[in-house]
Design a protein around this ligand. Sequence first.
Ligand code: ADP
Ligand code: ADP
Length: 228
Amino acid sequence: NRFIECVNVGKIYPGKTGQVEALRGINFLCDEGSFVCLLGRSGCGKSTLLQLLAGLERPSSGQIAVAGRELDGPSPDAAIVFQDHGLFPWMTVQKNVEFNMKARGVAAGERRERARGFIEMTGLTGFGDRYPHELSGGMRQRVGIARALTTNPKALLMDEPFGALDAQTRGRLQDELLQIWEKQRTTVLFVTHSIDEALLLADRILVFTPRPGKIAADVRVDLPRPRT
Ligand code: ADP
Ligand code: ADP
Protein backbone atom coordinates (compact mmCIF):
# COMPACT_ATOMS: atom_id res chain seq x y z
CA ASN A 1 0.00 0.00 0.00
CA ARG A 2 1.21 3.44 -0.89
CA PHE A 3 1.36 5.31 2.34
CA ILE A 4 3.31 8.31 1.09
CA GLU A 5 2.95 9.33 -2.52
CA CYS A 6 5.00 12.13 -4.08
CA VAL A 7 4.46 12.64 -7.79
CA ASN A 8 6.74 15.04 -9.63
CA VAL A 9 7.08 17.26 -6.59
CA GLY A 10 9.01 20.52 -6.90
CA LYS A 11 9.55 23.35 -4.45
CA ILE A 12 10.71 26.85 -5.29
CA TYR A 13 11.07 29.42 -2.53
CA PRO A 14 10.67 33.07 -3.42
CA GLY A 15 13.62 35.11 -2.19
CA LYS A 16 14.76 38.72 -2.04
CA THR A 17 17.89 37.90 -4.02
CA GLY A 18 16.10 35.53 -6.40
CA GLN A 19 14.20 32.28 -6.24
CA VAL A 20 15.66 29.18 -4.63
CA GLU A 21 14.77 25.90 -6.29
CA ALA A 22 14.99 23.50 -3.37
CA LEU A 23 13.46 20.36 -4.92
CA ARG A 24 12.81 19.20 -8.47
CA GLY A 25 10.90 16.22 -9.87
CA ILE A 26 10.65 14.16 -6.71
CA ASN A 27 8.89 10.84 -7.31
CA PHE A 28 8.66 8.70 -4.23
CA LEU A 29 6.27 6.01 -3.06
CA CYS A 30 6.62 4.65 0.43
CA ASP A 31 4.93 1.72 2.18
CA GLU A 32 3.49 2.04 5.65
CA GLY A 33 5.95 0.98 8.34
CA SER A 34 9.10 1.77 6.34
CA PHE A 35 12.15 3.38 7.86
CA VAL A 36 13.50 5.69 5.17
CA CYS A 37 16.67 7.74 5.57
CA LEU A 38 17.13 10.87 3.47
CA LEU A 39 20.81 11.41 2.83
CA GLY A 40 22.52 14.36 1.20
CA ARG A 41 24.55 17.53 1.64
CA SER A 42 23.25 20.50 3.55
CA GLY A 43 20.89 22.57 1.41
CA CYS A 44 19.70 19.78 -0.89
CA GLY A 45 16.10 20.07 0.25
CA LYS A 46 15.76 17.30 2.82
CA SER A 47 14.14 19.53 5.44
CA THR A 48 11.95 20.99 2.75
CA LEU A 49 10.65 17.54 1.82
CA LEU A 50 9.77 16.87 5.47
CA GLN A 51 7.96 20.22 5.65
CA LEU A 52 6.00 19.33 2.53
CA LEU A 53 5.08 15.91 3.91
CA ALA A 54 3.96 17.48 7.18
CA GLY A 55 1.80 19.87 5.20
CA LEU A 56 3.63 22.87 6.67
CA GLU A 57 4.77 24.02 3.22
CA ARG A 58 2.97 23.63 -0.11
CA PRO A 59 4.74 22.14 -3.13
CA SER A 60 5.27 24.50 -6.07
CA SER A 61 4.46 21.65 -8.45
CA GLY A 62 3.34 18.04 -8.27
CA GLN A 63 1.15 16.16 -5.81
CA ILE A 64 1.67 14.80 -2.33
CA ALA A 65 -0.63 12.39 -0.53
CA VAL A 66 -0.13 10.92 2.92
CA ALA A 67 -2.33 8.02 4.05
CA GLY A 68 -4.44 8.43 0.93
CA ARG A 69 -5.12 12.11 1.60
CA GLU A 70 -3.95 14.99 -0.59
CA LEU A 71 -2.49 17.55 1.79
CA ASP A 72 -4.05 20.99 1.99
CA GLY A 73 -2.75 22.02 5.39
CA PRO A 74 -0.91 20.49 8.35
CA SER A 75 -1.22 16.72 8.07
CA PRO A 76 -3.08 15.01 10.92
CA ASP A 77 -1.07 11.86 10.16
CA ALA A 78 2.45 13.25 10.51
CA ALA A 79 4.56 14.66 13.34
CA ILE A 80 7.97 16.32 13.05
CA VAL A 81 10.96 15.95 15.36
CA PHE A 82 13.45 18.81 14.93
CA GLN A 83 17.22 18.79 15.23
CA ASP A 84 17.11 21.54 17.82
CA HIS A 85 14.21 19.72 19.55
CA GLY A 86 11.94 22.79 19.29
CA LEU A 87 10.80 22.61 22.89
CA PHE A 88 9.07 25.51 24.60
CA PRO A 89 11.59 26.71 27.22
CA TRP A 90 8.93 28.10 29.52
CA MET A 91 7.07 24.80 29.77
CA THR A 92 7.98 21.78 31.86
CA VAL A 93 8.73 18.45 30.17
CA GLN A 94 5.20 17.29 31.04
CA LYS A 95 3.62 20.39 29.44
CA ASN A 96 5.84 20.15 26.38
CA VAL A 97 4.84 16.52 25.88
CA GLU A 98 1.18 17.44 26.31
CA PHE A 99 1.37 20.33 23.85
CA ASN A 100 0.39 18.57 20.59
CA MET A 101 -2.52 16.88 22.33
CA LYS A 102 -3.68 20.18 23.81
CA ALA A 103 -3.53 21.75 20.35
CA ARG A 104 -5.88 18.99 19.19
CA GLY A 105 -8.31 19.44 22.04
CA VAL A 106 -7.55 16.29 24.04
CA ALA A 107 -9.03 16.65 27.54
CA ALA A 108 -6.65 17.50 30.40
CA GLY A 109 -6.98 14.19 32.24
CA GLU A 110 -6.34 12.08 29.18
CA ARG A 111 -3.45 14.37 28.19
CA ARG A 112 -1.75 13.88 31.49
CA GLU A 113 -2.24 10.13 31.38
CA ARG A 114 -0.99 9.70 27.81
CA ALA A 115 1.95 12.05 28.41
CA ARG A 116 2.96 9.95 31.39
CA GLY A 117 3.01 6.84 29.19
CA PHE A 118 5.24 8.42 26.55
CA ILE A 119 7.50 10.01 29.17
CA GLU A 120 8.07 6.51 30.52
CA MET A 121 8.58 5.00 27.06
CA THR A 122 11.27 7.55 26.21
CA GLY A 123 13.16 7.14 29.48
CA LEU A 124 12.10 10.44 31.01
CA THR A 125 10.40 9.11 34.12
CA GLY A 126 11.02 11.51 37.01
CA PHE A 127 11.79 14.47 34.74
CA GLY A 128 8.23 15.64 34.09
CA ASP A 129 8.57 18.72 36.28
CA ARG A 130 11.92 19.83 34.86
CA TYR A 131 12.40 22.60 32.33
CA PRO A 132 14.28 22.03 29.04
CA HIS A 133 17.36 24.02 30.14
CA GLU A 134 17.77 21.63 33.05
CA LEU A 135 18.16 18.67 30.71
CA SER A 136 21.01 17.31 28.60
CA GLY A 137 20.80 17.42 24.80
CA GLY A 138 19.86 13.74 24.65
CA MET A 139 17.09 14.20 27.20
CA ARG A 140 15.71 17.18 25.30
CA GLN A 141 15.65 15.12 22.14
CA ARG A 142 13.71 12.42 24.00
CA VAL A 143 11.14 15.03 24.99
CA GLY A 144 10.78 16.04 21.33
CA ILE A 145 10.24 12.41 20.36
CA ALA A 146 7.75 11.85 23.18
CA ARG A 147 5.81 14.95 22.13
CA ALA A 148 5.70 13.76 18.52
CA LEU A 149 4.45 10.29 19.46
CA THR A 150 1.53 11.43 21.62
CA THR A 151 -0.80 12.01 18.70
CA ASN A 152 -0.21 8.51 17.31
CA PRO A 153 1.25 9.83 14.07
CA LYS A 154 1.30 7.39 11.21
CA ALA A 155 4.44 9.13 10.00
CA LEU A 156 7.30 10.36 12.15
CA LEU A 157 9.35 12.96 10.26
CA MET A 158 12.75 13.38 11.90
CA ASP A 159 15.10 16.17 10.82
CA GLU A 160 18.62 15.19 11.95
CA PRO A 161 17.24 14.50 15.40
CA PHE A 162 20.54 13.20 16.80
CA GLY A 163 22.91 15.46 14.85
CA ALA A 164 23.90 17.58 17.82
CA LEU A 165 24.52 14.71 20.25
CA ASP A 166 27.74 13.01 21.31
CA ALA A 167 28.39 9.57 19.82
CA GLN A 168 27.41 7.59 22.90
CA THR A 169 24.11 9.40 23.42
CA ARG A 170 23.36 9.15 19.71
CA GLY A 171 23.92 5.39 19.80
CA ARG A 172 21.57 4.98 22.73
CA LEU A 173 18.83 7.05 21.14
CA GLN A 174 19.24 5.21 17.82
CA ASP A 175 18.60 1.91 19.63
CA GLU A 176 15.62 3.36 21.45
CA LEU A 177 14.17 4.77 18.25
CA LEU A 178 14.42 1.36 16.57
CA GLN A 179 12.59 -0.19 19.51
CA ILE A 180 9.84 2.41 19.33
CA TRP A 181 9.60 1.95 15.58
CA GLU A 182 9.24 -1.82 15.91
CA LYS A 183 6.63 -1.44 18.63
CA GLN A 184 4.53 1.32 17.08
CA ARG A 185 4.95 0.42 13.40
CA THR A 186 5.18 4.10 12.62
CA THR A 187 6.54 5.06 9.22
CA VAL A 188 9.78 6.98 9.82
CA LEU A 189 11.44 9.46 7.48
CA PHE A 190 14.80 10.35 8.94
CA VAL A 191 17.12 13.05 7.61
CA THR A 192 20.82 12.57 8.24
CA HIS A 193 24.25 13.56 6.93
CA SER A 194 25.71 10.30 8.15
CA ILE A 195 25.97 7.25 5.91
CA ASP A 196 26.73 5.16 8.98
CA GLU A 197 23.55 6.30 10.67
CA ALA A 198 21.52 5.62 7.53
CA LEU A 199 22.97 2.10 7.20
CA LEU A 200 22.22 1.38 10.84
CA LEU A 201 18.63 2.59 10.84
CA ALA A 202 17.09 2.47 7.39
CA ASP A 203 15.41 -0.20 5.36
CA ARG A 204 15.53 2.26 2.49
CA ILE A 205 17.88 5.13 1.71
CA LEU A 206 17.16 8.05 -0.60
CA VAL A 207 20.22 9.99 -1.73
CA PHE A 208 19.66 13.58 -2.89
CA THR A 209 21.66 15.60 -5.39
CA PRO A 210 22.87 19.08 -4.42
CA ARG A 211 20.33 21.84 -5.01
CA PRO A 212 17.92 21.51 -6.65
CA GLY A 213 17.43 18.30 -4.71
CA LYS A 214 16.58 15.36 -6.92
CA ILE A 215 16.60 11.71 -5.96
CA ALA A 216 19.98 10.40 -7.14
CA ALA A 217 19.60 6.93 -5.65
CA ASP A 218 16.83 4.95 -4.01
CA VAL A 219 18.25 1.89 -2.30
CA ARG A 220 16.67 -0.94 -0.31
CA VAL A 221 18.75 -1.91 2.68
CA ASP A 222 18.54 -5.34 4.21
CA LEU A 223 21.06 -5.44 7.03
CA PRO A 224 20.66 -7.03 10.45
CA ARG A 225 19.81 -4.43 13.07
CA PRO A 226 21.44 -4.33 16.48
CA ARG A 227 19.32 -6.14 19.08
CA THR A 228 19.01 -4.46 22.42
P1 ADP B 1 19.34 22.43 7.78
O1 ADP B 1 20.67 22.10 8.35
O2 ADP B 1 18.26 21.50 8.19
O3 ADP B 1 19.40 22.61 6.35
P2 ADP B 1 19.01 25.27 7.75
O4 ADP B 1 19.85 26.06 8.68
O5 ADP B 1 19.38 25.21 6.33
O6 ADP B 1 18.91 23.83 8.40
O7 ADP B 1 17.50 25.75 7.80
C1 ADP B 1 16.77 25.68 8.98
C2 ADP B 1 15.34 26.14 8.65
O8 ADP B 1 15.38 27.54 8.33
C3 ADP B 1 14.79 25.45 7.43
O9 ADP B 1 13.96 24.36 7.80
C4 ADP B 1 14.02 26.51 6.69
O10 ADP B 1 12.63 26.45 6.97
C5 ADP B 1 14.58 27.80 7.20
N1 ADP B 1 15.41 28.42 6.16
C6 ADP B 1 16.55 27.93 5.63
N2 ADP B 1 17.06 28.75 4.72
C7 ADP B 1 16.23 29.80 4.68
C8 ADP B 1 16.21 31.01 3.93
N3 ADP B 1 17.14 31.28 3.02
N4 ADP B 1 15.21 31.89 4.17
C9 ADP B 1 14.27 31.62 5.06
N5 ADP B 1 14.22 30.49 5.80
C10 ADP B 1 15.18 29.59 5.60
P1 ADP C 1 18.52 20.56 3.77
O1 ADP C 1 17.53 20.17 4.79
O2 ADP C 1 18.84 19.44 2.83
O3 ADP C 1 19.76 21.17 4.35
P2 ADP C 1 16.64 22.67 3.15
O4 ADP C 1 15.39 22.00 2.74
O5 ADP C 1 16.73 23.21 4.53
O6 ADP C 1 17.87 21.68 2.84
O7 ADP C 1 16.96 23.87 2.15
C1 ADP C 1 17.03 23.70 0.75
C2 ADP C 1 17.32 25.06 0.13
O8 ADP C 1 16.17 25.88 0.24
C3 ADP C 1 18.43 25.82 0.83
O9 ADP C 1 19.12 26.53 -0.15
C4 ADP C 1 17.72 26.75 1.78
O10 ADP C 1 18.47 27.91 2.03
C5 ADP C 1 16.46 27.05 1.00
N1 ADP C 1 15.31 27.31 1.89
C6 ADP C 1 14.82 26.47 2.82
N2 ADP C 1 13.76 27.00 3.44
C7 ADP C 1 13.58 28.22 2.88
C8 ADP C 1 12.64 29.26 3.07
N3 ADP C 1 11.65 29.16 3.98
N4 ADP C 1 12.75 30.38 2.29
C9 ADP C 1 13.73 30.49 1.39
N5 ADP C 1 14.65 29.53 1.14
C10 ADP C 1 14.57 28.42 1.88
